[in-house]
Design a protein around this ligand. Sequence first.
Ligand code: G3P
Ligand code: CA
Length: 290
Amino acid sequence: MYARVVAVTIAAVLGAAAVLLSPASHARAGGDGVPTVVAHRGASGYAPENTLAAIDRAAELGFSWVENDVQRTEDGELVVLHDDSLERTTNVEDVFPGRAPWKVRDFTAAEIARLDAGSWFSPTYAGARVPTLRQYMRRVEHNHEKLLLEIKSPELYPGIEQQTLKLLGNEGWLDGRHRDRLIVQSFSADSVRAVHELKPALTTAYLGAPPVAQLPRFADFADLVNPSQTALTREYVSAVHSVTGPHGRPLGVFAWTVDDAAAARRVAGCGVDGIISNKPDVVRSALGSD
Ligand code: G3P
Ligand code: CA
């Protein structure tokens, strides 16, 4: 009995210590050195990207990390969609034929809620909707998932960083329990810097591959540098790892978008900490971690 009490106490202390670790603690590969696999736009190889179905599919496949893209409607609602137009991934042309080029920012949330965001992918997903970020966060929470949230095209949506953080706070995602479950990233360095300045405890990532000489500048506000996998080298990953980020830990590297076994093995061999994939199960198999 005494031994069990001691064991439970030690586990509780270790758990608390893990929570208190730097927010960037999960930005590096796990202790086993196996990269974290992130389901890109959800498991978007198997379900329509950025829908609730895509994050449900990721959970069913056994992946806890999902990635998404956040934009804003005409009336100020945050929604989850990749392109700045609704054309490719919804039936907007049929529902609103006179409103080309169907930009997200030119439609209200109520109008977007009418669109079918699943049929373009497969009849199986007919009726899937473009989720609001609030709906999306609730499903991520329900699924016990973790989120790599991308602020997409922030130049189109002034103030989207503050608005996104407010929503995340309202949904309980800025407390200590969620710290290791959230990374906010963008292709815009200004946007990542804004997020870091507004919520310094949050883990952030810059999407891109800055020249090595400029990495210290990015390390002022980004915990990770997430490059395209195409030109990635072991030397570049080592150079990123050699720089200390805003939370006192080496910068991490999550590479995108890796959908075949050979590429997965190549980028893992470069020493990345994470691999972002439309087919995360393919990456997991390639790395022998299933
Ligand atoms: O998370 C990395 C990746 O999402 C960046 O590119 O165009 O798919 O948003 P994109
Ligand atoms: Ca993205």
